[in-house]
Structures are given as structure tokens and as C-alpha cells.
Ligand binder design. Structure first.
Ligand code: GLC
Ligand code: CA
Length: 565
């Protein structure tokens, strides 16, 4: 593996709308991010990925861009963005923007021109088909529900949107469109960006000619997976994209790739891969059901461990996956993977340690470093997320009562307050302190603050050396101090043990032993002879590990290090 500048870095995802509001309008903004750079620097993170803050009608919270060359006024100005890049640079930090080019917004000028003249230049920027009464061009189901086709306003045509109807798909088969995309990427890289997180990228390649597949639900539609399985040749687009843009700048890129085909990993993240890295979603997609979210199975600690280990095996020495516990599309990891009755600082630290010590690039999602939790709700009316609202409807259509649908879409139930599997969970404002609205805004926040902000907040945690925040800070510092954490070969131990999550990392003479007791009762663990007397780098239980026969507390986690003589 060729060494790269980002290998030893730690990344942090900012969801601008909910990070910090500088002007009291209830919406987080870029000046707000700038004012918190010192906090992020103290935590130790290097790469900041900003979810979209381009001009957008916010139909899908900014993942629907109406102008790739401007900042939405709700988030600030271009001057603010330039200042953010410069201020980050002063602190040796890098800014990544979100690259959303599978689709744009239906309010983008290209789409408006396509409506005016569907047979002209801009008509070819999209997938348009003649409208036929009572028949759709294909029967694909959009990720957000319903058919992927809608009428192209003012014409006798329909357009394709694999996400929301306000997110028309861009036609990557058209070289003119691709040129527009490259021009925009290079324009941003010239401003000094460190790179991009690349949205929904697998969808840019459609199986041609577009056709229908067997229906998989009563709605007569089929999952997008049917078409994607058949789509071949994305590599041609992705290598061109890399060569024309990222590669020229040595930019860091991380792809949102859900389903590369077996054997394709080296093409994606190998030495000359399309991307520097891609997210490991193995745990987040576990238990998924084709029927909908309501039918998904919950994940156990053992499943969790198997998912992590499988990804580690898969990536091997090919390249670095990016490891996440949560992001803006997922519930909070501590609420999803740790049972309600056991959720405490110790178990949150366990989840942090076992992820951070894996091979790959750690990505922290805003508030994760504070142990932020899911948002309790009592009715669907409190949910903003378009995706969760659609999945609720899918559950009702499948015959569930309203109460049953709410429960089925919740990972654990503490009726009447439930934490519903909604993208809102991670989108509630960052909890800065215990003042009203968690110090996020002086106005009314666009989405409710989690009521637990009086206990869980940055002010309290930065002041408490035993907090989840300080634990993350220490994990980050360790990654920078020990190359074995970055480059060490991974090897699982006790693979069949349902309670203990144990692995080693080895880099020449350096060795690391990671031991996590992922269960709610005491367990026995014998330290392997070669680690007898090894130094403890971190523990969530401030104890020493001088004995080799240990009784571990529930959720105890520690890391030992030694150098072979
Ligand atoms: C990605 C984003 C998600 C968005 C979708 C469409 O999955 O993470 O938030 O809704 O793409 O752009
Ligand atoms: Ca604001």
C-alpha cells in the first residue's frame, strides 16, 4: 500500500444545519462552524466533512442542489466558506465538501431549461422519456418511496429520479454533463478544499436500455437493487472522474458506496482506486429487509462483531475503509447497538474503542464524541425526515396499526416515548451546554433539541476528564502516536465467543491487543502470554492489567501494547 497524507488522520462529519447557529435564526451555519474550530482542534480531528451547504431548496436537506457554485444564504456566503477553508488550514485541518452529482435539484437551471426545451441541450442532461398513459417507462421504486418517474412540467415527457421527485437524476452517459461536473469539482479544489465525500455514487450508472424488473411488493414496483445489479461499467465513469479532478490535486475522497460487486474493492480503494476510501456500512445495513424498515431485524453485539470482522477481512491490505458508528442517515450508534438499560459512559466508550482500533479511517459524526443519543418521540407528526415518513407509510400499507408501525420502526421500545428509526435522530442540534436549546441557538431551532442536553453536553464533558469526550480525545491522540493503530495488520481472536470482541494489530515489532467485553455481565478473559506485562494504552475502567487471568466488568474495554524484542 502506498502511503498517503490522510492515512493517520481522523475525520469528523458536520451536519451544518444542526451544528451551531451564529445568528439566531435557528439554523446552523458556516460562521457557526468557524467559531467551533478550536473545539474540534482540541478534540484532535483533522478532516472536516460538511454535509451539503450549497444553494438548495432543502427538499432533502441540501442533497438537492440548485447551484453548485454558491452557498445557500441560510448557511452563509461564499466569503464565509473561503474563510472556513483558510481558518481550517491555519489549524492544519482540511475541509471536505459533499459531492452530490447523481442528481441535482428540480430548481437547478439545467432542469428548468430541460422543461422549456426537452429536446434541446439540457434535455440530455437528464433521463427523459415520452409519457404514455397508464404506463411508466420502468417500474423502479424510488429510495424514498413511489415510482422513480414524474411528469416533466409543461411537456409530454417524464423524468427519472431515484431519490425524491425534487432530485432529478443527471445523465452521466452525456459527456457534456460530465464536463460540467469536472469543471465544478476543480473550481472547488482550486479554492483549497481537501477533497470530497461522494454521495450516492453507485447510482450514476444505469443498466441500459432502461427496463422493468419483476415486482417485489404489491405496489408493482421493484427495488433499485434489481437494476443496479445489472448495471455494468461504472468504472469508466469513475476513473475518468478521478483522473480529471481528484488525482490532479492529491485530494482525499470517500465514497458512499453500498454495493460494489465482489472483487471490485481494489478498483474502488486500492492504490490507484477511484476513491481514497469508502464507508463501511456493513453494520448499518445489517438486518435490512426488502419489505421495508418495519421488517428489519435488530442487531446483536455478536452480529455487530461479525460485521466488523467481515469488513476487516474484506479490506485486508487493499486499502482503508472509513469506519463509522453513525452518520446523518442513521440512528445514533449508542442507541442502536447498546441496550437502553446498559447505556452509560462505560458502554459508549467501549463502542468508541472497538471502532477506533480497527484498521481504517475513523469518521466521527457530530455529537458522537459526546455520546449523544436518539431523540424520543411520541407521534409521527414529530418526524421531519422524508425517508422515515415514507417508511412509516409502507408499514401502514403492509397492514400495521399506527401504534404497531411506530413500534416496528423503533429499535428499542420505552413506550409511550420511543426512539423511532428516523434520520432525525442524528440531526438534532449539537448539545453545546445546559442553557436553553442546548446553546445551539438563541432562537427557535429548526428541529427539536434532545431533552437530555442538561446531562449530555460539550461544556460539561470538556470539563470532566472522565467524560466520553475526553475518551475520544485520547483515542485520537493514540492514533497519532502509534503507527500500529494506523497500519497494523488486523487479526481476530476468539472469533466464536459471543461476548468478547477481541483482536490484535501488528506492525513489524509493534503489537496491539484490543479487548472489549460487549455484554451486560462479568466475563473471564486470559491475556495471551505474549502480552503479559504489556502497557495499557487506554481502558474505560481505570484499572491495571498486571494479572493475566481477568474478570472483566460488563462493557469493559482496554488496549494493550508491546514491542517484540
Ligand atoms: C445519500 C445521503 C442522504 C441523501 C441521499 C440522496 O444517501 O447521505 O442523506 O438523502 O444520498 O442524496
Ligand atoms: Ca443561522
Amino acid at each position: 500500500m502506498i502511503k498517503k497524507w490522510w492515512h493517520d488522520k481522523v475525520a469528523y462529519q458536520i451536519y451544518p444545519k444542526s451544528f451551531y447557529d451564529s445568528n439566531g435564526d435557528g439554523i446552523g451555519d458556516i460562521p457557526g462552524i468557524i467559531s467551533k474550530l478550536d473545539y474540534l482542534k482540541e478534540l484532535g480531528v483533522d478532516i472536516l466533512w460538511l454535509s451539503p451547504c450549497y444553494r438548495s431548496p432543502l427538499a432533502d436537506q441540501g442533497y438537492d442542489i440548485s447551484d453548485y457554485y454558491s452557498i445557500d444564504p441560510r448557511f452563509g456566503t461564499m466569503a464565509d466558506m473561503e474563510r472556513l477553508i483558510a481558518e481550517a488550514k491555519k489549524r492544519d485541518m482540511y475541509i471536505l465538501m459533499d459531492l452530490v452529482v447523481n442528481h441535482c435539484s428540480d430548481e437547478h437551471e439545467w432542469f428548468r431549461k430541460a422543461c422549456e426545451d426537452p429536446d434541446g441541450k439540457y434535455g440530455h442532461y437528464f433521463y427523459l422519456r415520452d409519457k404514455k398513459e397508464g404506463e411508466l417507462p420502468t417500474n423502479w421504486r424510488s429510495y424514498f418511496g413511489g415510482p422513480v418517474w414524474d411528469d416533466l412540467p409543461g411537456t409530454d415527457k417524464q423524468y427519472l429520479h431515484v431519490f425524491h421527485k425534487k432530485q432529478p437524476d443527471l445523465n452521466w452517459e452525456n459527456p457534456e454533463l460530465r464536463e460540467e461536473v469536472y469543471k465544478n469539482i476543480n473550481w472547488w479544489l482550486d479554492k483549497g478544499l481537501g477533497g470530497f465525500r461522494i454521495d450516492a455514487i453507485i447510482n450514476i450508472k444505469k443498466a441500459l436500455p432502461l427496463r422493468s424488473y419483476p415486482a417485489d411488493r404489491d405496489d408493482g414496483l421493484c427495488s433499485m437493487q434489481a437494476m443496479l445489479k445489472e448495471a455494468a461499467g461504472i468504472g469508466t465513469f469513475l476513473s475518468e472522474l478521478r483522473d480529471r479532478t481528484f488525482k490532479r490535486y492529491d485530494a482525499f475522497t470517500v465514497g458512499e458506496v453500498f454495493n460494489e460487486k465482489p472483487g471490485e474493492l481494489p478498483d474502488f480503494i486500492g492504490d490507484n482506486g477511484y476513491f481514497s476510501s469508502m464507508f463501511d456500512f456493513n453494520e448499518t445495513i445489517f438486518g435490512h429487509s426488502e419489505k421495508g424498515w418495519y421488517d428489519a431485524s435488530p442487531i446483536t453485539p455478536e452480529d455487530y462483531k461479525n460485521c466488523c470482522f467481515a469488513s476487516q477481512e474484506k479490506a485486508g491490505n487493499i486499502g482503508f475503509l472509513s469506519n463509522i458508528i453513525e452518520n446523518h442517515d442513521e440512528p445514533r450508534g449508542v442507541s442502536r447497538y447498546i441496550p437502553e438499560s446498559d447505556r452509560c459512559d462505560k458502554s459508549k466508550k467501549l463502542l468508541a474503542a472497538l471502532n477506533f482500533m480497527l484498521r481504517g479511517l475513523p469518521f466521527i459524526y457530530q455529537g458522537q464524541e459526546l455520546g449523544m443519543e436518539n431523540l424520543p418521540i411520541s407521534s409521527i407528526d414529530e418526524v421531519d425526515d422524508i425517508s422515515a415518513r415514507d417508511e412509516y407509510r409502507v408499514a401502514l400499507d403492509a397492514g400495521l396499526s399506527e401504534e404497531a408501525a411506530l413500534k416496528a420502526l423503533s429499535h428499542e421500545v420505552f413506550w409511550p416515548c420511543i426512539t423511532f428509526k428516523s434520520r432525525d435522530n442524528a440531526r438534532t442540534p449539537v448539545q453545546w451546554d445546559d442553557s436553553p436549546q442546548a446553546g445551539f441557538t438563541t432562537g427557535t431551532p429548526w428541529i427539536a433539541v434532545n431533552p437530555n442536553y442538561r446531562e449530555i453536553n460539550a461544556k460539561a464533558e470538556t470539563a470532566d476528564p472522565d467524560s466520553v469526550f475526553h475518551y475520544y480525545k485520547k483515542l485520537i491522540a493514540l492514533r497519532k502516536a502509534y503507527p500500529v493503530i494506523v497500519y497494523g495488520r488486523y487479526e481476530p481472536l476468539l472469533e466464536d465467543n459471543e461476548e468478547l470482541f477481541v483482536y490484535t494489530r501488528t506492525l513489524e515489532k509493534e503489537k496491539l491487543l484490543v479487548v472489549c467485553s460487549f455484554c451486560d455481565h462479568e466475563t473471564h478473559f486470559a491475556i495471551p502470554a505474549e502480552f503479559a506485562g504489556a502497557a495499557c494504552l487506554i481502558s474505560n475502567r481505570n484499572r491495571t492489567y498486571t494479572d493475566t487471568e481477568l474478570t472483566l466488568e460488563p462493557y469493559e474495554a482496554f488496549v494493550l501494547y508491546h514491542q517484540v524484542k
